[in-house]
Design a protein around this ligand. Structure first.
Ligand SMILES: NC(=O)C1=CN([C@@H]2O[C@H](COP(=O)(O)OP(=O)(O)OC[C@H]3O[C@@H](n4cnc5c(N)ncnc54)[C@H](OP(=O)(O)O)[C@@H]3O)[C@@H](O)[C@H]2O)C=CC1
Ligand SMILES: CC(=O)[C@@H](O)[C@H](O)COP(=O)(O)O
Ligand SMILES: [Mn+2]
Length: 414
């Protein structure tokens, strides 16, 4: 059999953490097109067992983890009824770390949403995998600890987030080889231009923002994504998380990154060089492109994405983000300057606040109020270990929940 650069035979085993989500399903679609190159070794989800059953029928993985025990039981029963009992089903968070670390899957797609993805992603890194990172919250909540683990391993981290994948593609090859440690300025780069669409409320009158519904917030103008990241795009917290993600992935200072509004989401981000050149990666807004890029890197494979139509495409518009409309973006940039305590707390508060908004407990504009209060509370906390991350993550969630309870009662004073 043909050998890859890391000597695992084709087809290479892939573990998909979060296979029932938007990134997970797009990953399976790319794999479906290349049975000669990739095979599904293991899959995971939280509780959507019916979709997982359909994925098991088609991809026949060796192992599946359903974090929710009831969903794991339901899946096991369904598999038995369909004579698929050879597929082993596990449940619980620890099982995620096990499948992420197993040698049979040299490639791991980290596509769980939220900080719950941190430990399995670290397990993949510690096992020297090719790690495809979609789960930005994992990196945001742990920062230097994540990077230290990566640098101490033989893992290869490739960005899936469309902006970071675009930046990666626009950087020099020798920088790509060690992007978390090298200095961009020593490679001719002046700055990174991180593009963001501005979400569905970019032109909505500001006074109407408080009344928008979860479904309106999740109706992204260009991308079809899970509900949490869709709300983050609407508040531009997504761009804030991506700002912090870029800092760690490309070893940047805050002053190296500029956020540029680009409503069409066709230019996925840019790198400006010292000689005035600006390299952009563009294409249709379809996550199968970065997924295929990272799966096959440095080769290129078909992703099933339509050719970009220059003759019928929308225009390319650009602008500066408005801090009044997008306070969450400013909070994330402030967190990036304050340090890891602020970043971990902000991410945790945001996960709780977005869930409360999606559950119709708080207004869209309350998300930034909760995030601000929680971030300020933990801003001076020093984080140096994974235990510190876990502690701040838990405590910040508790504080966010108590602010939300006060909001619901009408006793929170801003
Ligand atoms: N969607 C996109 O286009 C992009 C997404 N990303 C990032 O990728 C990640 C995934 O996003 P997306 O696919 O949209 O999210 P989805 O909500 O669509 O999917 C999330 C996946 O994670 C699983 N999951 C949810 N909670 C837990 C948990 N506590 N423990 C283990 N698994 C869990 C879900 O299982 P179940 O289905 O059973 O609930 C599902 O498989 C996020 O970090 C997001 O920011 C980045 C760029 C683009
Ligand atoms: C597809 C992807 O990478 C998302 O993170 C996307 O960037 C969201 O769009 P916004 O630019 O609106 O945040
Ligand atoms: Mn993105």
């Amino acid at each position: 059999m043909t050998q890859t650069h890391n000597s695992s035979p084709f087809p290479q085993g892939v573990c998909i953490l979060g296979s029932t989500g938007s990134i997970g399903q797009n990953t399976l679609d790319v794999i479906r097109r290349h049975p000669d190159l990739y095979r599904v070794e293991s899959l995971s989800a939280n509780q959507r067992d019916e979709l997982m059953l359909a994925q098991c029928r088609e991809f026949n993985p060796s192992k599946v983890v359903m974090v929710c025990p009831d969903a794991a039981q339901r899946l096991q029963d369904s598999l038995a009824q369909e004579q698929l009992s050879h597929i082993q089903v596990f449940s619980g968070d620890l099982a995620l770390q096990t499948i992420a670390g197993e040698k049979t899957a040299p490639i791991v797609m980290a596509a769980i949403v939220g900080a719950s993805g941190l430990l399995p992603t670290l397990a993949a890194i510690n096992a020297d995998k090719r790690v495809l990172l979609a789960n930005k919250e994992a990196l945001v909540c742990s920062g230097q600890i994540f990077i230290d683990a990566l640098q101490a391993s033989n893992a290869q981290l490739l960005p899936i987030d469309s902006e970071h994948n675009a930046i990666f593609q626009c950087l020099p090859e020798n920088f790509q080889a060690n992007s978390t440690a090298l200095n961009i300025h020593e490679h001719g780069v002046k700055k990174i231009l991180l593009t963001g669409s501005g979400g569905p409320f970019r032109t909505l009158p500001l006074e109407q923002l408080a009344e928008v519904t979860p479904d309106q917030a999740c109706a992204h103008p260009n991308w079809d994504m899970g509900r949490k990241i869709s709300v983050d795009s609407a508040t531009m917290m997504n761009k804030g998380l991506e700002f912090i993600e870029a800092k760690w992935l490309f070893n940047l200072d805050v002053s190296d990154i500029q956020v540029v509004l680009h409503p069409q989401s066709t230019i996925h981000s840019m790198v400006q060089y010292q000689d005035g050149s600006v390299l952009a990666q563009l294409g249709n807004p379809d996550m199968r492109t970065p997924i295929a890029h990272a799966l096959a890197y440095p080769q290129r494979i078909d992703a099933g994405v339509a050719d970009f139509d220059f003759f019928n495409c929308k225009s390319f518009d650009f602008g500066a983000p408005d801090g009044q409309r997008y306070p969450n973006l400013l909070l994330a940039i402030e967190a990036c300057k304050l340090g890891q305590g602020a970043c971990t707390a902000l991410n945790a508060a945001n996960e709780v606040a977005v869930a409360a908004f999606l559950d119709k407990q708080i207004k869209f504009t309350d998300i930034a109020i909760v995030n601000d209060k929680v971030m300020q509370h933990f801003a001076s906390i020093r984080i140096t270990t994974l235990d510190d991350v876990n502690q701040v993550n838990q405590d910040a969630r508790q504080l966010a929940l108590s602010h939300i309870a006060c909001m619901v009662e009408g006793t929170l004073h801003v």
